[in-house]
Design a protein around this ligand. Structure first.
Ligand code: FES
Length: 107
């Protein structure tokens, strides 16, 4: 289990114990976290799983793939330097304690 914290645009914090091997998007959906929809089920076709990764954790993630980079150009909320698709972030020891912010427009 890996601890993950989601913070909504209005500051509501949801802390969950995520199952290793799941994606961050699956974790959010399984725990009814507002602001992460995951419409396409994780196949990088919808961008409704867009999150802003807390700057302190951004370096711990693998670099963007070309497809993720492209899809991040179609998010409803503005793209920032820390934008990622949560369906592409795998839960595991490398991301223990990760904090992500969900965009207001996805709620
Ligand atoms: S769930 Fe659709 S792009 Fe991530």
């Amino acid at each position: 289990m890996t601890k993950v914290t989601f913070i909504s645009a209005d500051g509501i914090k949801t802390v969950v114990d995520a199952k290793d091997g799941d994606s961050l998007m699956q974790t959010a959906v399984n725990n009814s976290v507002d602001g992460i929809v995951g419409e396409c089920g994780g196949s990088m076709m919808c961008a409704t799983c867009h999150v802003y990764v807390d700057a302190a954790f951004a370096d711990r993630l693998p670099p963007l793939s070309d497809s993720e980079d492209e899809m991040l150009d179609s998010t409803v909320a503005e793209r920032r330097q820390t934008s990622r698709l949560s369906c592409q972030i795998e839960i595991g020891p490398d991301v223990e304690g990760i904090i992500v912010h969900t965009p207001e427009e996805q709620q």
